[in-house]
Design a protein around this ligand. Structure first.
Ligand SMILES: [Zn+2]
Length: 258
């Protein structure tokens, strides 16, 4: 990374948020009120970097406001609160596209090598490997307003972005390899299989069933739980919690009581 970018990021980390932004932050993102003061201060700096470096585009006539920028940036940056090295900051992400509400997207799926199926799906959000995250503003607000339900669209989509940037789920073996006992890949793979098994048996699961879709969705869904229901996740899935704690370099169970 160029020295200038690093220097600018360091400066932005120290810059206080304007009062209007602080007000929006506390109104729209109640999660912030639970952060210890040093993490809240760090979050302010990360928000400065995010807003400076990532572009926002309104879709379907939506006008981008500070309220939208701050609400999205703050939640995206909560995932980064553990980082020490400012050289990695959603490097694969260029812009955030925001629709006013749940939108309809044309989808293609490669069922096999001979034909591509197309259709329409209602979407809340998606992360694209081409450098865009797409979000529905009403769902961003829904996710932010309840910080204990384990559902947060921004945490979910930005977990996908981290996965694209760093290949978080690349080394997960869903079959489990005991030679790497208690490693990231082994634990997450084992927990994914446990979720599939629980769903087969119609058992209630703390981890949202959508996580059973595939390993990438599992990682995004357990990220939502890790940040919004950390104590419950730690109690029911201690090994998974420990792995996520190492991945995110954070321990939300120490400050969030759910
Ligand atoms: Zn997803």
């Amino acid at each position: 990374m160029f020295g200038f970018k690093k220097w600018r990021r360091k400066r932005l980390m120290k810059k206080p948020l304007p009062d209007e932004w602080k007000q929006i932050l506390h109104q729209q993102v109640p999660y912030v009120q639970h952060l210890p003061p040093e993490l809240e201060q760090k979050l302010n700096g990360l928000i400065n970097i995010f807003v400076k470096e990532k572009s926002f585009e309104g879709c379907a006539g939506l006008e981008i406001t500070d309220e939208i920028r701050i609400t999205v940036a703050a939640q995206a940056c909560i995932l980064l609160l553990g980082i020490e090295d400012l050289s990695s900051f959603y490097e694969g992400l260029r812009s955030v596209l925001i629709y006013p509400e749940t939108y309809v997207a044309r989808v293609k799926s490669n069922r096999n090598s001979f034909f591509v199926e197309e259709g329409y799906q209602r979407r809340h959000g998606e992360a694209w490997s081409r450098g865009h995250v797409v979000l529905a503003w009403n769902e961003v607000q829904n996710g932010a307003s309840d910080i204990h339900d384990g559902r947060n669209l921004v945490f979910h989509e930005f977990a996908h972005q981290l996965d694209y940037d760093y290949g978080a789920t690349n080394e997960i073996e869903s079959t489990g390899d005991e030679s790497t006992f208690l490693s990231w890949g082994w634990v997450v793979g084992k927990e994914y299989n446990k979720l599939l098994e629980a769903i087969r048996k119609n058992q209630h699961t703390l981890i949202d069933e959508y996580g059973a879709t595939n390993l990438a969705e599992f990682f995004a869904v357990v990220t939502e739980s890790f940040f919004e229901q950390p104590r419950a996740l730690k109690k029911k899935h201690p090994e998974l919690y420990r792995q996520l704690q190492q991945f995110y370099q954070q321990d939300p169970a120490t400050y969030l009581n759910s």
